[in-house]
Design a binder for this molecule. Structure first.
Ligand code: GAL
Length: 674
């Protein structure tokens, strides 16, 4: 962490992206009245305002910006001031089209859209540094500017650039990582197809080719691209600091269950607060679970600090297949879910719904219909509820005994090049485990493999395809000292260079598990894998033999009939389980056996429809209870609901769709299996 300043709001943050430039100043006055009515305490300003601030090369128009900053400030509303680099001005692209990114076919993008720049281009870097510096100099000391927001969703439009500047930067990156070209040849296995490099200048960005590419090259290019985007963050952050900014600086990450554009686990040290944008998918009937998974991943990036949901939507978005509105009450549940999982605020894209432009059909806090609308009434209601929760800012989600390891670099490695099955959603395994362990009240933490495994009773390693030697050793050490570990299908197959760990799958864990996988066995359409217990596995299995493991279940039928499907081996003070396929129907008993093996006790009163999460501080604890279902429920709890003021004495009545935040009675805190 750059630790210039800690992010420690005294109130739960509530507000959103504010674009006053889209409206006449008469509307600004109405905005301020409405912000007061809703209890908004912070807005993100200037995200897309570059072209209206720097109206031509080094010609500035600050007046309107000064005015809105003063108006907000007088109203007591804090400003999260953005550097507007997500959308460069038209004149910049006209003068310097060379900053536009180039795609993998070698075709340069055009002006229009956003994020239309290459982070490695020196001309781009010069202009980006200057706008950040000017903003920092002008507003760095303004008391209303309480935090800074670098660019917007870095990589969300320019994830990989293949231009000549990127190629040069990639060569430098490789030289730093490998020092000598022979080390690259060896890491990438370039003897294959005789693609040996003589010098770093021989390497190019992996531009398109009709046949397959080297997976190790593709993976390193993804790593480089992530670092290039982090470089952009650092460049702007340093410009702000050099200009005298002392308040927290962050950027809004896009933590996604299907893989993120950057390796955020390697970014968090640079961020004064981890902030994410999250949008539920209307077509997903259990979208609240997807939200919980993403929120858990986010807090897992740095469990020592609260984080911030920088953007979510009050209702419909404009970029899905069918942009259905949120159901009544859903937005309030979504916001409180994020806060339950450790966010110290609930911010939205955006404050007022745009009348024009690319996002004119996106919902907002103030909808097109204005104040007399369900959306607005819910926004006001959310503001009222958040105002009851200020006491829990700074608290953290209680550490779980259960860790699920998830890693985007591993996901990239899986997607780089040809694989035994191409449509396997590699994070799906993690989501399934997250759901089954959440439903049992264990409140699992979803963490990067580099995180501290000490004290975890259960460690789930679901489809962690790439595993470094360090991670493999850390997992084995945890098992030896007493953890139970579950190694899922496709885990530990390749090393950090994406090279197969030969000798039998899963190479990184073969000895610890006491199994040898001879072949991976992806299922064909319509095929099912049945196990001796009657349970089913999905997607993939392996032809396994045991060396030192005990067989827990075998396959029934098909080519794998009678061969091990699930194994267990006692290792030191712990146990190592292996499941060779994706968990499917009928796995309840097995999950119970594994959690029993790990000695887990239920900590949270969760059920299928009731989500429960506990935040703790040194002296207090708060139990969030969220009823996602359509029936009223009675949930075990002790304390006082901060939202309704009602007391819970062993039981709390939670209506369908409702949320409670119970400040728990201290004497009941010690250890609390429910
Ligand atoms: C986010 C982006 C916002 C807005 C929003 C719409 O990804 O940061 O600027 O476009 O999506 O859902």
């Amino acid at each position: 962490m750059s630790h210039h300043s800690r992010f420690s709001p005294r109130s739960v943050l509530f507000g959103g992206d504010y674009s006053p430039e889209q409206w006449p100043e008469s509307v600004w006055r109405e905005d301020l009245l409405l912000m007061r009515e809703a209890g908004v305490n912070i807005v993100t300003l200037g995200v897309f305002s570059w072209g209206l601030l720097e109206v031509d090369d080094d010609r500035w128009d600050w007046d309107w910006f000064d005015r809105i900053i003063d108006l907000l400030s007088n109203e007591g509303i804090s400003i999260d001031l953005a550097t507007p680099t997500a959308s460069p001005p038209i004149w910049l692209h006209r003068e310097h089209p060379e900053i536009l990114p180039v795609d993998r076919r070698g075709i340069r993008y055009h002006q229009g859209g956003r994020l239309q720049w290459c982070p490695s281009h020196p001309v781009w870097q010069r202009y980006a540094r200057r706008i950040a510096e000017r903003l920092g100099e002008r507003y760095g000391a303004h008391p209303a500017v309480t935090m800074w927001h670098v660019s917007n969703e870095l990589g969300g439009g320019n994830r990989r650039c293949y231009c000549t500047a990127s190629t040069s930067a990639f060569r430098v990156w490789l030289e730093n990582r490998y020092e000598h070209i022979d080390a690259v040849n060896s890491a990438w296995g370039t003897a294959f197809w005789g693609h040996r490099y003589r010098r770093f200048d021989d390497v190019t960005a992996p531009l398109d080719s009709e046949s397959a590419q080297n997976p190790s090259l593709l993976l390193d290019f993804d790593r480089f691209s992530s670092d290039a985007l982090l470089g952009q963050f650092r460049l702007e952050r340093d410009a702000l600091r050099d200009a005298g900014v002392t308040t927290p600086i962050t950027t809004n990450l896009m933590v996604s269950p299907s893989g993120s554009v950057a390796d955020y686990a390697s970014w968090t040290d640079d961020l004064d607060v981890v902030a994410i944008d999250h949008y539920t998918i209307a077509e997903d009937p259990r979208r609240e679970r997807e939200l919980a998974f993403v929120a858990s991943r986010t807090r897992g990036l740095d469990p020592s600090r609260p984080w911030l949901v920088m953007e979510h939507s009050t209702s419909a978005v404009n970029w899905q297949r069918r942009n259905a509105p949120k159901s009544p009450g859903e937005m309030i549940r979504n916001s409180l879910q994020h806060i339950a999982h450790g966010s110290d605020g609930a911010l939205f894209f955006q404050w007022r719904a745009s009348a024009s432009g690319a996002e004119q059909f996106h919902s907002a806090m103030v909808p097109h219909a204005g104040r007399d609308s369900r959306q607005w009434r819910e926004v006001v209601e959310l503001g009222r509820r958040l105002a009851q929760l200020d006491e829990l800012t700074g608290s953290l989600v209680e550490r779980s005994e259960v860790a699920i390891l998830v890693d985007d670099v591993s996901l990239w490695a899986w997607h780089a090049g040809q694989k035994p099955l191409h449509d396997h959603p590699i994070h799906e395994d993690a989501r399934l485990w997250f759901d089954v362990l959440s439903a049992r009240g264990f409140g699992p933490d979803v963490v990067p493999p580099s995180s501290d495994l000490a004290g975890r009773s259960l460690i789930v390693v679901p489809s962690l395809y790439l595993v470094t030697d360090t991670t493999a050793a850390a997992i084995e050490a945890a098992v030896r000292s007493g953890s139970t570990v579950v190694i899922g299908p496709l885990s530990g197959i390749v090393d950090a260079d994406s090279r197969i760990r030969v000798g039998g799958y899963p190479g990184a864990f073969r000895d610890m598990l006491g199994v040898v996988g001879e072949e991976l066995v992806p299922l064909l359409d319509g095929e099912q894998l049945l196990l001796s217990s009657g349970a089913q596995m999905a997607d993939i299995s392996a032809r396994l033999r045991t060396t030192t493991a005990d067989v827990v279940e075998v396959h029934r039928g098909g080519d794998l009939d009678g061969l091990p499907a699930i194994t267990r081996r006692a290792v030191g003070a712990g146990a190592a389980w292996h499941i060779s396929g994706l968990v499917g129907a009928g796995f309840d008993d097995l999950v119970d056996r594994i959690t029993g093996d790990a000695g887990l006790a239920r900590r949270l009163p969760t059920s299928d429809d009731i989500e429960a999460v506990r935040r703790v501080s040194a002296d207090d604890s708060w139990l969030f209870l969220i009823n996602h279902g359509t029936t009223d429920a009675v949930v075990p709890a002790d304390g006082t609901d901060l939202i309704s003021g009602e007391c819970a004495d062993g039981r709390f009545a939670l209506s369908a769709g409702d949320v409670a935040v119970i400040r728990e009675r201290v004497e009941k805190r010690a250890t609390r299996p429910v």
